[in-house]
Structures are given as C-alpha cells and as structure tokens.
Design a protein around this ligand. Structure first.
Ligand code: IMP
Ligand code: MG
Length: 177
C-alpha cells in the first residue's frame, strides 16, 4: 500500500532524463559497429521503466530480453537469498550482452547473475545500472555504465519499489522510515 510519505527527492525527472541520455550515448559509442544485434537484458521488475527509457537512447541494432530474480522479500534489507523466477527466453551464446539493473546495493544480485550468464558463453557481458549505492557494497563488481551514486537510503520510484508499491513515481525518492 502506498501510504508512506516521500521525505526527499533523490533524482528528479529532469536529472533522470539527463542521466539516461548520457548512458545512452556512452552505450551507443561503446557498441558502435557491433556485428550482431546487442542483447539488452533487463532484470525485472525494478528495471522496467529505466530499460524502456534507456533502449530508446541506444542507437545501435538491438534486441531485448528479461529475467526475473527475487532477492528481497517485502522488506528493505537484502536477504542475500536470490533465485531465478523467470529465465531468459533466448540463448546468449556468442552474443554481446548488456545487463540492465535498477540499482546495485550489496552487489549480490549482480554477481550471481553475472556468474550464471558467463557460464553461457556470451561474446561479451557488460553491466549498466541506473542507481548505485557504493556504501553498502559487499561483493566487488565492475559496473561498466553507471547512472548515479546515491547514499545509503531506501529509494523508491522510477521502477523501484517498497513492498511492490511506488514503482510508478516519475522520480526517485526516499521513503519515510
Ligand atoms: P543487491 O543484491 O543488494 O545489490 O540488491 C539489488 C536489488 O535489491 C535491486 O535490484 C533492488 O530490487 C533491491 N534494492 C536494493 N536497494 C534498494 C532500494 O534502495 N530501493 C528499492 N530496492 C532496492
Ligand atoms: Mg531489482
């Protein structure tokens, strides 16, 4: 239920637009001249809004696929317990894959997905996240395309949820604890 108050805006709509545009050009330059289409893989559900905006700023041929993982229950602290709820539809073997996430917190989710996807022998595997919480990192992972660093606060909106609510906020805000 969306009955908590948003106490602070962390990333405004205007800032979101600028960040997505910058990431889009970075990704476009990086993959310029790519042989097969780029495979953009979104981690559901958090990345769905960011992904929709981001792909429209990527100017190389591409296809999309999605994967659903669950790492949190309905709480605000990472349980470290991650499972694949829905796997990719397509094979990533010999493909250039760009993994898209809403936020990297402890890094556990990404490190697990990266390990899993590397085993499937992609041609390359890069990582893009909209938000990054460097203070709470527990697993060292290399982020190739990073939107913006935020402090250790619980962020909602622009796809990010608290107990599945607030994903529809057009900005990223902090919930009243
Ligand atoms: P990690 O495995 O700790 O890096 O957590 C990554 C996942 O936890 C993200 O995909 C989010 O679903 C969730 N998460 C981490 N921090 C936040 C937050 O501040 N707001 C909402 N979800 C979060
Ligand atoms: Mg998520």
């Amino acid at each position: 239920m969306q009955d908590h108050k948003i106490t602070k805006i962390l990333v405004s709509e205007e800032e979101i637009r600028a960040i997505v545009q910058r990431l889009g050009s970075e990704i476009t330059s990086h993959y310029h001249g790519i042989e097969k289409e780029l495979m953009v893989v979104g981690l559901l559900r958090g990345s769905f809004i960011f992904m929709a905006d981001l792909v429209r700023q990527i100017k190389v041929p591409m296809v999309v696929d999605f994967m659903t993982l669950s790492s949190y229950g309905d709480g605000t602290v990472s349980s470290g317990d991650i499972k694949v709820v829905m796997d990719l539809d397509s094979s990533i073997e010999d493909r250039d894959v760009l993994l898209v996430e809403d936020i990297v917190d402890t890094g556990r989710t990404f490190s697990k997905v990266i390990r899993m996807l590397r085993n499937r022998n992609p041609r390359s595997l890069k990582i893009c996240t909209f938000l990054n919480k460097p203070e709470t990192r527990q697993v060292d992972i290399q982020i190739n395309f990073c939107g913006v660093d935020i402090p250790n606060e619980f962020a909602v909106g622009y796809g990010l949820d608290y107990a599945q609510g607030y994903r529809n906020l057009p900005y990223v805000g902090v919930l009243q604890p």
